[in-house]
Design a protein. Sequence first.
Length: 396
Amino acid sequence: MKRAGTYFALTFVGLMVLAAAFLGGVIFDQTVDWSGWFRTVPEPGPRIGNRVDEVRRLLEREALAPSSEESMTAGSVRGLLESLDDPYAAYLDEKHFEYFNEQTGGEFFGVGINIAERDGVVYVVSVMEGTPAEAAGLQAEDEIVSIDGESRDRWDIDEVVTRVRGPEGTEVELGVRRGDEDDLVMFTIVRAQIDIPNVLSRMADDEVGYVRLLTFNQKSAEDLTEEIAELEVEGATSFVLDLRDNPGGLLSSAVEVASLFIEDGVIVRVEERDRPQTEQRARPGTVTEAPLVLLVNGNSASASEVLAGALQDYGRATLVGEQTFGKGSVQTVEQLSWGGGVKFTIAHYLTPQSRVIDGVGLAPDVVVEMELADQADDSTDVQLRRAVEEARRATR
């Protein structure tokens, strides 16, 4: 049986890009006190300005084909960002910065793919059933190289989100690299509303309840609470919570979901430059003390890792699957005075025991490696099979 909690219309590419702005995957929302967060930005040192200007004058005077002032400015800004050694830092020109400021209240739609970024490459994690992307023939592991005729070796995942979404009924052309093929595979896809559930649940057997949490939003904890209650009525004495391919969402939602299983204590720590470490604590309202197993993989990121790290640190859940993504940071997007903007990292997340998530990920307690495609059928989903075994064993 398949049930779902509250449904919502995705106004972006798909789940994996709920990342707000990823902005990195976890989204700070209204529950976080931002007072005093931003610092006064100092004026650039005279040596930096003078050295850049010296190169500019040299190029204008002697280069065979000098670039425009706009191109020089963009190159200079990108160089500054590259000096940060920050994989999420990016420059957005005026046109692409506008994409980030679009209002999406039911006005923009997507194609139905979950995407992630790996080593600077944006790729398809999965294709949702019954969506335009599935009808067109997109596949998991396809690497996105071109959008509407513009090709790049490296795309920023947030820009991919905003470029692929658009008004319902309009077309987007995607060029993808598939496997070892030399030529790009081209797709023209018509955007549509993508309806997917927050939560899916069923009885995995007569004792173990299975719940898949697809994203972290304002309704996730409420929906999960309802599903757990229904599964307990059906006889569940332990649970498998599936976070595979869950990219994250609201930080407050991760804390609320963790609070369903952890009665008290720190859920996540936030560490930034030159400021005291802050923390988010569990909120009242645990819903079950039943044994819990978490399924994770390399696409479990951000808020998923906040939840998994807290449950693992407190010994409240057994993690089964593969090393998680390692996305434990938050980015800001700042508008520039001449148009456009820049994105860069401003904080890191740590688990309750101060374990680093970013760039490392979380190691499961029980390692079970598996191809993404094997999730499609219970007969090949060895990770789920092992998770059910662990959940059943915990009640003995």
